[in-house]
Design a protein around this ligand. Sequence first.
Ligand SMILES: Nc1ncnc2c1ncn2[C@@H]1O[C@H](COP(=O)(O)OP(=O)(O)OP(=O)(O)O)[C@@H](O)[C@H]1O
Ligand SMILES: C[C@@](O)(CCOP(=O)(O)OP(=O)(O)O)CC(=O)O
Length: 426
Amino acid sequence: MGKEEEDAWVVMKTARAPSNIAVIKYWGKRDEKLILPINSSISVTLDPEHLSATTTVAASPAFERDRLWLNGKEVSVEGERYRNCLREMRARATDVVIESSGKVITKEVWSTLHIHIASENNFPTAAGLASSAAGFACLVYSLAQLMNVKEKYEGELTAIARLGSGSACRSLYGGFVKWNMGQEADGKDSIATQLAEQSHWEDLVIIIAVVSSRQKETSSTSGMQESVKTSPLLKYRAEEMVPKRIGQMEKAIKSMDFAEFARITCADSNQFHATCLDTSPPIFYLNDSSRRLIGLVERWNRHAGEPQVAYTFDAGPNAVMFAKNKEVAVQLLKRLLYQFPPSAEADLSRYVLGDQSVLKSAGVTSLEDIDSLSAPAEFAGVINLPRIPGEIDYLICTSAGKGASVLDGQIASLLDPATGLLVKNE
Ligand SMILES: Nc1ncnc2c1ncn2[C@@H]1O[C@H](COP(=O)(O)OP(=O)(O)OP(=O)(O)O)[C@@H](O)[C@H]1O
Ligand SMILES: C[C@@](O)(CCOP(=O)(O)OP(=O)(O)O)CC(=O)O
């Protein structure tokens, strides 16, 4: 075989990984390089149909360097986080047989091969919807498929995804996931484990209010660095509060105790944002719209006498709300549409995204239907509740979902199988 023919093969894999939302927040590192947290955290994996990254990874002797295309644009893969994930995955590669020729790619060959990566998010990148979590979980998972990496201990892949972005370690698994902070200096025990499958608590419905899809001012990475340096409240939170809350949250999830789940989720989100405010200079992730969303939920919960909905906010103004069940989700959507109607020129099908069954059950099929929604009972007598059309960009109705999975054969790869270059979708 001539050199050119020998170099002609391309192997590739495509996978999808979900985003996740923390109900006990990770905020602060004890090791910046290894991304080791100062407290454990718990998250709910979001349905990949609505919030996920899809990634194709390819290897070929013809590739001259590692390359990455993110949402259709080539970006640098030289950043430390990408390099660390690639290095750890290459070190674990095992024999792979190329189907067409029967040739074996050995561990030694893997160490010489360059990788092409193309990834797309089905939701806005860097808007506080954990795109880095979905992205790095998907990168590690797809590389594991491509390079036939077998975990030596459970959670080994989550520890590698953690090197890309801390919260990414929780996105490999579905349902309810815990990231154990771990104790060891090398981070081997700082891994994610699944607490329960998504099917364990099927009643929960999730509605996300996207307040702004613009990029935020303070990234999570630098925000938490500043908080660790300057916030006394963060130290108290990590040492005293979170350990207790982790145990309580695990119990609430196990027993599907919504009242307890809601109480801890809201309290932990509020405490996380309090530590941001306690940082010097203070960091503001919530805005007026976020606060109005908190008001809507708090007022309703108080009026109902027990929690119907829980809210949580990551490092951005978007609200992630958990409704106790489908009926409550329908009531929540109606309330959201009442207080935050779309702008007059909006298209309803672009205002409520994701699972359309909640909108259908709410009986809302047009903007006129939204105009004629009546005020919820708990709004009576409350002043200063303007209905500002267009205050929220859009809503996503979703639920807890499954973890990372292979997509080969189900969708076209993002890289051309012959050249390993980006497939342009004009
Ligand atoms: N699909 C992807 N594949 C690989 N890397 C990705 C992907 N999506 C996002 N990233 C990386 O994550 C970065 C965005 O991370 P950032 O933490 O700023 O935002 P976020 O994850 O959306 O928000 P947050 O983590 O605060 O919820 C991108 O600049 C890119 O480096
Ligand atoms: C507020 C959070 O979303 C913070 C997430 O931080 P990242 O995982 O994005 O930070 P790095 O580890 O520096 O990449 C809370 C959480 O997801 O637990």
